[in-house]
Each structure stands twice: as C-alpha cells, then as structure tokens.
Design a binder for this molecule. Structure first.
Ligand SMILES: [Zn+2]
Length: 398
C-alpha cells in the first residue's frame, strides 16, 4: 500500500503518435518546415542509425515519457533496427504499440538510403510481428506503419493493411500534415489524401492517422464515418508551421481524436501535459474560450489514445476489469495551489511532468518518488549523449 494523501490519481496518459527513434535528434532540426526538416536532417540521421543508437534513443524517449506520466504510446520506428527499440521497451516497462517505418522506392521518391524494396519492407514487418506482437504479457504490440503516402507505393499500403488485419494489429501513418503533402498526394494519386488512404485500406478503427491538419469538411465527415483515429499533435504542427488541426470540428462531426507529442526534433518535448494544454489553448482564439474544455482534452489524452491503440477495453480509464496503468500526481508545488476545485482543470491547465510522483504500468511500479525503477536514468543519458554525437558525425551534421 502506498500513501497517496495530498495526491491525485489519474489514468496513465496515452500518446498515440511518437517516434522514439528520433529522440537523439532533439535540438538538431529546429526552425525548419516539414519538407526541409525531413530531407536535411531527419532522413540523413535515421539512415545512419545502428541497433545500438536506436536502443538508446528509445530508452531516452521512454524515460522522459514515463517520468512525465505517459504510460502507453503508439510509436513509429525508423526503417531498420526496430527490434532494438522493442528490446528497450521491454526493459524499461512502458506500454507500447510500435512498428517499423515502411518506405519503398518509387518515382515520387523516398530517399534512397532509407527506402527498401516493397517485399523486403513487408517481410521484416511480418517478422517483427511474429516476434513482438503480444510480448511482455501483452504490454508490447506491433503496428504496421507506412510513413506517409509520398514515400509509399500503393501495393505497400494495401499489403500493410492486410497484415494489420491478419495480426489483429493497428495501422499507424501520417496524413495531411502540410499543404505540400496534400498537393503531392492529389497530383500523384488523383485522389484527396483521406479518400486515397481509404482506397488502400488505411481507414477505420484499426487506423491511427497523425496530424490531419489539411482536411476539408467532407474529409472530416469521412474520417468520422469510418471511425478512423486522428492523432492531433499541436506542438509539432505549430513548430513545423504546418497549421492548426480542426479538432473542434472533428469532435463535433464525431471523429475519434487522440493526442501525441510526435518526436523530439519537432517539439522538442515528449510532454503529455504540454500537449493537453496547447490542444485546448490553440483553438480558443478561433472558436471562443469555452471550446475544448479541460474534460474533453483529458479524454483525448486517455480514452482517445486507448482507442487509437485499439486498447479501449484495457486502458484509458480507471475501471474495474481494466489494466492498472495509473499516475500519481503530487499536488504540493505552488503552481497547483490553492488546492484545485476542479482536479481535471488542474491536470490539463496547470500540472507539469515534474508533478508525476509514481507511475504504474499493468499494476507494476515503474516510477516511484520521481525515480525510474527499471533502469538508471544517468546511464540512459550518458549512453544517449554518446550515441547522438556518433549519429551527427556519421550524418555530417554539426
Ligand atoms: Zn510523426
């Protein structure tokens, strides 16, 4: 029994769009729009990843997430070494659904150093599913994760959706993040992006689609009708100047919406509290102060995330029969006083990751008294810093 007097117990926060493989790239890709960010920084750095650097990148990100009250994520890896990320997740104790990033070479062009043949990409994704789907007593699951339409052929996207069906797994991709992407997809496929994704099987409750900034009202209606999960990433969308997703319109249309910090080089935090607060604040100038109230936002970060992971019967709320993914918030600090009249308001508008005292995943303590129990944070930081320097050197980024 642990004394939780003076504390608030909340369901573990769920972030449904994360790239743990990019945590080592924090601070090396600031102030660039998405397309330059990918071509000049992220793809060259991902291309030189080794199993060792992916492993420590995943541990660094997972440590930040757990210490900040995130207990479950939907992750997109890089093209290679996703097994090393699973080993890190197995060790550290975070609940994760993760997938190798799928990119195949085709005319519109993924970068040559990252793209694989369609068959090789699918074969490795299937092997990963056989090894990791349901591992660690079900805490780890596999998703199939085509990066985005411009880096994937139609046959790759269709096969990914078939694999997800076969393994009873989620699909995880990006869509409609920028106006450039929207125009590229329209030009190359002849369809609007949400319609194109539907035509290749990336839709419905199994699909989690990050961003969806550049969607029209009829596409929002289509996403709602499909019950596709939209993952809203407010910090990333602002920092890359992509835009502001129409979340109030999506919720009014009946869309499923989750939130995510995206990744260290485009945020630069993996902080669920920052994403909740920002998700609420950025809509208010356009729609009025009463839009996206604290209770709605907390739901996006808990049950919304659970739905995007296909785990709404297991996590996302505190209920008899659900897994005990719990976060204990210490309310002692000045920024949480006077004592909150509305605890939900305190969580969404005032709390910070440093208020997280204890974290339980599946009933197992992973953080107690602000300390990560599963692995030394000092060791993670030391090894991650060494690996990040190696990657920058290999990718010739100073
Ligand atoms: Zn992303």
């Amino acid at each position: 029994m642990r004394d939780c007097s003076g504390c608030l117990i909340i369901p573990g926060l769920v972030q449904a769009h994360i790239h743990l493989c990019q945590t080592l790239f924090r601070g090396v890709a600031d102030d660039l729009p998405l397309e330059d960010w990918l071509v000049r920084r992220i793809w060259p750095l991902e291309a030189v990843h080794t199993a060792e650097t992916v492993y420590w990148s995943a541990l660094l990100g997972a440590a930040e997430l757990l210490l900040g009250g995130t207990t479950a994520i939907l992750d997109m890896g890089t093209v290679r070494h996703t097994g090393a990320a699973f080993e890190a997740l197995e060790r550290i104790g975070l609940r994760a659904t993760a997938g190798k990033c799928l990119m195949d070479a085709h005319p519109e062009g993924a970068p040559l150093e990252l793209a694989e043949s369609t068959d090789a990409a699918l074969a490795e994704a299937e092997l990963l599913a056989q090894r990791w789907h349901g591992a660690a007593d079900g805490r780890l699951r596999v998703c199939f994760a085509p990066r985005f339409v411009p880096s994937c052929s139609g046959p790759l996207l269709r096969a990914a959706s078939e694999l997800a069906e076969r393994f009873d797994a989620q699909l995880h991709t990006h869509a409609a993040e920028t106006i450039v992407e929207r125009e590229t997809v329209l030009r190359t496929t002849g369809l609007e992006e949400i319609a194109y994704l539907d035509s290749v099987g990336l839709s419905g409750p199994r699909a989690a689609v990050a961003h969806c900034v550049w969607v029209d009202a009829h596409e929002i209606a289509r996403l709602a009708q499909q019950a596709t999960n939209v993952v809203h990433c407010p910090s990333s969308n602002l920092k890359l100047a992509s835009g502001v997703a129409k979340v109030p319109e999506m919720l009014a249309a009946g869309c499923r919406v989750a939130i995510g910090a995206d990744a260290a080089p485009c945020n630069n935090r993996l902080d669920a509290f920052a994403e909740m607060r920002l998700a609420a604040l950025i809509q208010k100038p356009r729609h009025g102060a009463d839009v996206l109230r604290a209770g709605q936002v907390l739901e996006l970060a808990t049950l919304g995330g659970a739905r995007a992971l296909g785990l709404e019967d297991e996590i996302g709320s505190i209920a008899v029969g659900k897994r005990a993914d719990l976060v204990v918030l210490d309310l002692r600090e000045p920024h949480l006083h006077p004592p909150p009249r509305d605890p939900v308001s305190a969580v969404v508008y005032a709390a910070r990751p440093s208020d997280v005292r204890d974290v339980f995943v599946d009933g197992r303590p992973v953080v107690l008294g602000h300390e990560l129990l599963t692995i030394s944070v000092d060791a993670i930081v030391r090894e991650a810093d060494r690996c990040a320097a190696e990657l920058r050197h290999a990718a010739k980024i100073d």
